[in-house]
Write a protein that binds this ligand. Structure first.
Ligand SMILES: C[S@@+](CC[C@H](N)C(=O)[O-])C[C@H]1O[C@@H](n2cnc3c(N)ncnc32)[C@H](O)[C@@H]1O
Length: 450
């Protein structure tokens, strides 16, 4: 979108300031953006001079605002980069920035962080704070941490309001009994889930470090992968209770399994997320706008309204507060960082197919079905689905990643469900009603007519 700055030589490994100079060689371990991966080998030599210069320029910009405060205005990420109108983007249709477009500052495990969020700086600061070189930092204990979760020496968990959320490295050896435990009604969803489901933070950190390739000690210092960490042992199938398509396990998964990292484009919760929805359609390429027009053609939505009604529903569908629970994000899960959300539309992977367990949301049969439709859905059978997985925020070397974890043992054949949260349902409610008014089903907007 127009608000992205063109920074042709920007380099997440460059721009190392004097404070971090001592870590210069390790900073070269930071993952390159996908554009840089493309360019490596071809233009690496030629760009070195430019990168040094632009890195300094970038650092200068950061020095003006060393800490991003909640609600600080940040750049609006571009919907213009979308090629495929679903949250699960087939390989090959992912956004590949051209030389003129460089909206992504850092990409880790399929999560794209645009300039303006300050994530690269957090990573650099985290690295500069370590007293040991990366290769000596045990990934599960020293490089990864789960905000607000500390372990009391193996006997249980405590929610801490002042755990080392920004620093990483809150491992069993470094943590004690959580202090200043948050009252239950203030606890973000993952904190209660750790208690209610007896999740084991160490196992989650171990599982994630393996998924990120940080296994034996010779690999502890390798760069984080930029490529998505996709779920294995899953398939996309039609949901039988009106939720459209869903993601199903084809093999058993144990509780605490890290299923994947939710891929997508990270953005600031309020300013960017809302701007993406309100103005995103206009910034799509004509061809992609046409895709959506064709999906819903034949219905009663006036063509000029597709960009409002259908796009807003679609972009809202693949929006996820990150960490889940808006209100808690604001309470300072990531001190110094704006509360984030993830936009999977056009940027995500298989996890974008994961449905919410609630039945009778009046969603896929169209809001036009009204109350009656909802009650029919509720009475369809007696089985009550519940969430069997949860998005847990994990700080990896200072970078916040949305990690999908199994809450309990999941059997082969079960559908994966995660709670979208009341905020998500209320923000979609009116758009669902608007779709119903125009006799368009959510499924048609998501996939076209079949
Ligand atoms: C992230 S997508 C999930 C994949 C989607 N079911 C599909 O077919 O592509 C979110 C959308 O799925 C549908 N959905 C998810 N959970 C649902 C539920 N519990 N009831 C009805 N629809 C649901 C809604 O259309 C929602 O906007």
């Amino acid at each position: 979108m127009e608000r992205f700055k063109v920074e042709p030589g920007a380099d997440p490994t460059g721009g190392v300031g004097s404070t971090a100079a001592a870590r210069a060689s390790e900073l070269r371990q930071l993952p390159p953006t996908s554009r840089q991966q493309q360019q490596q080998g071809q233009q690496g030599q030629q760009q070195q001079g430019q990168q040094g210069q632009q890195g300094q320029q970038h650092q200068g910009q950061q020095q003006q605002g060393p800490h991003l405060l909640p609600n600080a205005p940040v750049e609006v990420p571009a919907a213009a980069t979308i090629r495929h109108l679903h949250g699960c983007v087939p390989r090959g249709q992912q956004f590949q920035p051209s030389q003129q477009q460089q909206p992504i500052e850092l990409q880790v495990a399929g999560v794209k962080f645009p300039h303006g969020l300050g994530i690269r700086k957090r990573m650099e600061e985290w690295l500069a704070k370590q007293e040991q070189p990366l290769r000596n930092l045990m990934p599960a204990c020293d490089q990864l941490s789960i905000p607000l979760i500390v372990e009391d020496g193996g006997a249980g968990l405590a929610a801490s309001a002042n755990s080392a959320v920004g620093s990483g490295g809150a491992g069993p050896s470094s943590s004690g009994v959580g202090s200043a435990a948050l009252p239950a009604h203030h606890q973000p969803p993952w904190v209660s889930a750790f208690r209610d489901h007896h999740l084991n933070p160490l196992l989650i950190r171990l599982n994630l470090s393996a998924k990120l390739g940080l296994t034996e000690q010779t690999r502890w210092g390798v760069p984080l992968p930029s490529e998505p960490v996709e779920p294995v042992g899953v398939e996309v199938r039609q949901d039988s209770r009106g939720r459209g398509w869903g993601l199903f396990a084809t093999q058993a998964m144990k509780a605490n399994t890290v299923i994947c990292v939710m891929g997508g484009l990270a953005m600031a919760q309020q300013p960017d997320g809302v701007a993406f929805i309100k103005r995103g359609f206009g910034s799509l390429s004509k061809a992609v706008q046409q895709q959506l027009q064709e999906r819903v053609s034949g219905g009663s939505v006036p063509p000029g309204m597709v960009g409002q009604v259908c796009w807003s529903f679609l972009a809202g569908s693949f929006r996820m507060a990150f960490p889940a629970g808006h209100e808690h994000g604001r309470a300072g899960c990531y001190p110094g960082l704006v509360p984030l959300e993830l936009q999977m539309l056009g940027h995500g992977g298989l996890a974008a197919y994961i449905n919410d367990p609630r039945v009778g949301a009046g969603c896929c049969r169209g809001a036009a079905a009204g109350e009656q439709g909802q009650q029919q859905q509720l009475g369809d059978d007696d089985v009550v689905d519940t969430a069997n997985c949860l998005v847990v925020p994990v700080m990896v070397r200072g970078v916040p990643l949305p990690v999908l974890v199994a809450l309990r043992n999941i059997a082969a054949g079960e559908q994966l469900f995660r709670e979208y949260g009341n905020d998500w349902w209320s923000s979609q409610k009116e758009w669902l009603e608007a779709l119903g008014h125009y006799d368009i089903s959510p499924d048609t907007v998501l996939h076209g007519r079949r």
